[in-house]
Design a protein. Sequence first.
Length: 132
Amino acid sequence: MAITKPYAADADEIISHRYDQGADLWTTPDRRLLKGTPFSAYGSALLLLELGLEPQDPLLKGVAELSFYARARADARFREALAALQGQLVEGMIVPQRMSPKLAGLSFCRKGQPSALATARYQEILANLERG
């Protein structure tokens, strides 16, 4: 894993929830990936990617690639969401506004504090838009 030292405890916390849905790797016993919790297979994968996990695992790689589709970037709903996000920037930085109580203890996404990782992800979105 390429998770940087400041976020190692956050990654450990996320990984500690890998059995919460009833099976391994955040899945339900019937091997479903999505369930309404920040520690679903999908949600945990996104969190770990934000912390710097290299997307080598096929599931993580698949989740990471979804954000790069040109069709999604051209969708009006995507543009509306981006405009809403841009309206919440504080001095050019992303500041988490609403957090799940289960995520409150993680240092990389503290409510009301600028997030370097979230801002880096925002900059990546802008770069993808420039590429067209």
